[in-house]
Design a protein around this ligand. Structure first.
Ligand code: NAP
Length: 306
């Protein structure tokens, strides 16, 4: 089925980038629609707290921030449709977006689909996913109350989620492949002060063990093999862009698949914009995603009204 309406802007993804673009588009008088496969707020909804967004001195729960974004979209009458985008046709002035249920038409498109977790790629990871292997502490922490777990990674996500998980578990091993963290210094300081967290430096996970649920991790530390009894493992080894639906769209992407834009969030195809974590950029944060969305909608309005 095809939506007969020609939108000024079809926004793919309702995270902070897409939602902010919709707010700016509404205020610029553009008719836009957000296509989202989960909730407004995107990844932030499953993040424990947002502590570095201006205007919230005490921080704000990720879920609450998502709800506020949704209310703001409602107050501006921005339509949000549950849709999984499968492909795009970007040639010509009218762009087509094919989703599982509908096809949409837009004078411009904003791609703001964000990222998804990288797999660790070890034995047991796929088989035990949801049975002790998790990529979302906010979703699963409560299942590990009083238990011993591992967290893998050394970036902001691994540090932040170690802090969150430490409130539930008896013991958390933070397993990092190098001897220094990549994540920011204030998170490092907090992690190193946690009484129930132990950092295993220069350590990799070689296998996740368990029959039906995780029971142990095989690790290699400083060249020596060890076995850790653990009921769970949370994997934060970086993220990759969600770009499956871009196959054949001929948009410029970098070697890892992130979309290349200029300062106006314009991609290599006229009328197509990208914003947020999906974009090749220096800093992936909620505040920079929101900023990208504002820029993209403003540039799209200029393009449409020109
Ligand atoms: P990231 O910064 O890319 O960190 C990934 C970590 O995983 C790195 O420490 C990396 O080790 C390790 N790693 C990668 N592949 C591995 C493998 N195969 N085996 C073992 N370890 C592996 O990813 P992220 O932490 O998900 O953050 C992504 C982006 O979101 C960043 O820009 C981050 O700043 C942002 N973010 C911000 C916040 C916040 O500000 N509160 C929270 C979450 C995320 P090496 O260090 O050795 O490469």
């Amino acid at each position: 089925m095809e939506k007969t309406q020609l939108y000024d802007m079809v926004i793919i993804g309702g995270g902070p980038a897409g939602a902010t673009a919709a707010i700016y588009a509404a205020r610029a008088g553009l008719a836009s629609v957000i296509l989202e496969q989960m909730n407004i707020g995107g990844e932030i909804v499953v993040t424990d707290r947002l502590d570095n967004y201006p205007g919230f001195p005490e921080g704000i729960a990720g879920a609450e921030f998502g709800l506020l974004l949704q209310q703001q979209l409602e107050s501006l009458d921005v339509p949000v449709e549950l849709a999984q985008v499968e492909s795009l046709s970007l040639k010509g002035e009218v762009k087509e977006i094919i989703s599982s249920a509908e096809a949409y038409k837009g004078k411009t498109i904003l791609i703001a689909t964000g990222t998804e977790p990288n797999l660790l790629g070890v034995e047991g990871e796929i088989e035990l996913r949801g049975r002790g292997v998790s990529y979302c502490a906010t979703c699963d922490a409560a299942f590990f109350r009083g238990k011993t777990i591992g967290v893998v990674g050394g970036g902001d996500a691994a540090l932040e989620e170690t802090i969150f998980l430490s409130r539930f578990v008896e013991k958390v091993y933070l397993i990092h492949r190098r001897d220094e963290f990549r994540g920011c210094s204030w998170l490092q300081e907090k992690v190193l002060k946690l009484p129930n967290a132990e950092v295993l430096w220069n350590t990799t996970v070689s296998k996740i063990e368990g029959e039906g649920k995780v029971t142990a991790l095989q690790i290699r530390q400083d060249g020596r093999d060890r076995r850790l009894e653990a009921s769970g493992i949370f994997i934060y080894t970086g993220r990759m862009p969600k770009t499956g639906f871009l196959e054949g769209a001929e948009l410029e992407q970098d070697e890892r698949g992130f979309i290349v834009t200029n300062a106006k969030m314009e991609t290599s195809v006229e009328g197509v914009y990208a914003a947020g974590d999906i974009r090749k950029k220096y800093l992936r944060q909620v505040v920079t995603a929101a900023s990208d969305g504002a820029v993209a909608a403003t540039a799209a309005a200029q393009y449409i009204y020109a």
